[in-house]
Design a protein around this ligand. Structure first.
Ligand code: NAD
Length: 391
């Protein structure tokens, strides 16, 4: 079976789906790798390294699509909302596709992939079970985004993070607040701690309090009823607008006390809740910085503009999208490992295993035989249940 790696085409994207190091691991599982010339160059992996490890460099992109049984990408159509659709015409019925497809927020793209007859697997839908942990691409990319978010804030602040005692006086440490302490938030706390900031963090799920404290941050307790904040899969549940209004009111003072605020609060399949209003931004000292990691999902700050940095009354509000792409070498290394685990579970004896045989395959299979087959996605997109269920 041949696995094809096209070069990423989303503007500014520097990651690559597979790195040279995983080529021999895939070969052991009977999977041959072909790449588009320069596929890994922007991530720091030249073609020659792929060749040394046994991958073939084909003449161009269309040759990769023509030869591969399965195409692996970082941002596929759906997650690549700029030019991802252009790949669909290079694909054929029955061909496999694995990548970020953003299935819960791009109904039209999902339908288009289905209509192309492609069997697609969405890495966003990998279940968060112990067995699937080595495939969890969302967590890999969230860790990197959390790390990079802190570097961006540190760079934009007119202050330093650590306390310094110098002959010119004592510098007080910067104060950083992290709202949303999931994978990205916890990594942001750990990184800001290493840089010497004083950190506090808040999450709607009380279960994270201990994790926050174990990283040396203060957990901000808000007098809010949050018993029912977590679903069975460990994700935050959506709350009603009255809850979010109360949350904003209570968070206001904490936000104003901090120099840097990193927000990561999202709820699967929903627009991100607004937790920092324009008024709250007004209450912050000039020079403060907000980095909204939820920008791509609508933003946690009312003033966030996705993909842009705005300055409002001296407060810088950054809404980066695709932060993980800014650390392409390690992001690709982690993603390639995730995909290798996924592929070696998916393919046995040169064939893709049927979805009924495995919960990871069943949960991630999005489209097959011209249909959107994933029950969860069909529900979210308001489609009726499929006759023959794929999930
Ligand atoms: P996420 O990206 O869906 O959300 C980020 C954080 O925002 C979450 O912690 C969430 O509780 C928080 N949030 C949502 N609404 C909020 C609000 N109104 N105010 C404040 N915070 C709010 O979450 P994630 O990073 O993907 O992680 C979700 C959970 O899954 C975590 O408990 C994580 O440890 C767990 N997890 C488990 C596995 C595994 O078992 N294999 C793998 C990865 C993550």
């Amino acid at each position: 079976m041949i696995v094809g790696v096209p070069k990423e085409i989303y503007p500014g994207e520097r990651r690559v789906a597979l790195t040279p190091a995983v080529v021999p691991l895939l070969a052991k599982a009977g999977l041959e790798v072909v790449i588009e010339p320069g596929a890994g160059a922007a991530a720091g992996y030249p073609d020659a390294q792929y060749q040394e490890k046994g991958a073939k460099v084909l003449p161009d992109r269309s040759a990769v699509f023509a030869q591969a049984d399965i195409i692996v990408q970082v941002l596929s159509h759906g997650a690549n909302d700029k030019n991802g659709a252009s790949d669909l015409k290079l694909m054929r019925r029955g061909q496999g596709l694995i990548g970020f497809l953003r299935p819960l927020s791009s109904a039209q793209a999902v339908q288009e992939i289905a209509q192309a007859g492609v069997s697609s697997f969405s890495v966003e839908l990998i279940p968060r079970t112990t067995r699937a942990q080595s495939m969890d691409a969302l967590s890999s990319m969230a860790s990197i985004a959390g790390y990079k978010a802190v570097l961006e804030v540190a760079n934009a602040l007119p202050r330093m993070f650590p306390m310094m005692t110098t002959a010119a006086g004592t510098i007080t440490p910067s104060k950083v607040l992290v709202i949303g302490a999931g994978v990205a938030g916890l990594q942001a706390i750990a990184t800001a701690k290493r840089l010497g900031a004083v950190i506090s963090a808040y999450d709607v799920r009380p279960a994270v309090k201990e994790q926050v404290q174990s990283l040396g941050a203060r957990f901000v307790e808000l007098p809010l009823e949050t018993q029912d904040a977590q679903d069975a899969r460990g994700y935050a549940k959506a709350q009603d607008e009255a809850f979010y209004a109360k949350q904003r009111e209570l968070l206001g003072r904490t936000v104003a006390e901090n120099d840097g605020v990193i927000t990561t609060a999202v709820v699967p399949g929903k627009k991100a809740p607004v937790l920092v209003t324009a008024d709250m931004v007004k209450g912050m000292a000039p020079g403060s910085v907000i980095l909204d990691l939820a920008a791509e999902r609508g933003g946690n700050c009312e003033l966030t503009r996705p993909g842009e940095t705005v300055v409002e009354r001296g407060v810088t509000i950054m809404g980066p999208i695709n932060l993980a792409s800014g650390v392409p070498y390690h992001a690709s290394q982690m993603y390639a490992r995730n995909l290798t685990s996924f592929l070696t579970n998916l393919v046995k004896d040169g064939k893709v295993r049927p979805p009924e045989s495995d919960d990871i395959i069943r949960d991630t299979l999005l489209t097959q035989g011209g249909e959107v087959v994933n029950v969860r996605v069909r529900e979210m997109l308001g489609m009726p249940k499929p006759v023959a269920s794929g999930s």
